[in-house]
Design a protein around this ligand. Structure first.
Ligand SMILES: [Zn+2]
Ligand SMILES: [Zn+2]
Length: 238
């Protein structure tokens, strides 16, 4: 029996863009929705959100795209601002203000306050994406020998560079490895031809209208970078 991820991949390959990015875009939307509507008052989720000082840069901004959630967002971030104030109050008030005192005595004395203000765990949204991504990468790697799946991949716009590399790294079966390479290679050959055509048609002497190559430049940029919001990896200072 094939895993759910197999069927999801097969169905999503017909959509524009990298299949794995598209599934992850759906997953992150759902995850943030659930967080805002159901988990705002869940103490464990709240605790994890606080420990991560909210989401990373990418997902902290993505949360704002969920309209009508201002109260949930306020509740989640109220807790974080309260935590930050507690840390700063402790550092700046009375006899317990050791970090500030140490900083005054010696410029490189103590990184304590900066460290305490930082997150003590990774972004929950990034963690969820990493886990889901692992499932899709594994399903593709294991089942790419399956003809209907391979066909859908071949007809698609291909994987983004990062997901293609992840699948290659995961693939131990030599036949599957070969299928992955030849399929993605054929897709890149098509893309390259469209970029060539787009560039050639921008010559002032050419008067023929643009065809499918008209948006090849934006498709190429997205296939190399991956879809927006998918690689919002947690890159904040510890
Ligand atoms: Zn991708
Ligand atoms: Zn994140």
């Amino acid at each position: 029996m094939k895993p759910l991820a197999y069927h999801e991949l097969r169905d999503v390959f017909i959509k524009p863009g990298c299949a794995i990015c598209n599934l992850l875009k759906r997953d992150i939307e759902h995850y943030i929705d659930t967080l805002l509507y159901e988990f705002t008052l869940d103490l464990d989720v709240n605790k994890a959100f606080r420990e991560g000082r909210g989401f990373c840069n990418e997902h902290g901004n993505q949360i704002l795209e969920h309209k009508g959630s201002s109260l949930s967002i306020a509740i989640l971030y109220q807790a974080i601002v309260s935590d930050l104030l507690k840390v700063v109050d402790q550092a700046s008030g009375g006899p317990s203000s050791r970090p500030i005192l140490a900083r005054l005595l010696r410029a490189d004395a103590d990184d304590g306050l900066a460290a305490q203000l930082g997150p003590s765990r990774t972004c929950m949204a990034c963690d969820m994406l990493a886990e889901a991504e692992g499932r899709y990468v594994q399903a593709l790697s294991e089942h790419i020998g399956d003809e209907p799946l391979r066909e859908k991949y071949e007809q698609s716009e291909g994987l983004c560079l990062s997901h293609f590399r992840k699948v290659l790294r995961q693939t131990r079966n030599p036949a599957h490895y070969q299928i992955m390479i030849s399929t993605q290679q054929a897709i890149w050959v098509r893309l390259k031809a469209e970029l060539d055509e787009f560039i050639a048609k921008n010559d002032y002497q050419r008067t023929d209208p643009m065809g499918v190559e008209g948006d090849s430049w934006s498709r190429a940029a997205r296939r190399i970078a991956g879809e927006k919001g998918i690689f919002g990896l947690d890159r904040r200072e510890g």
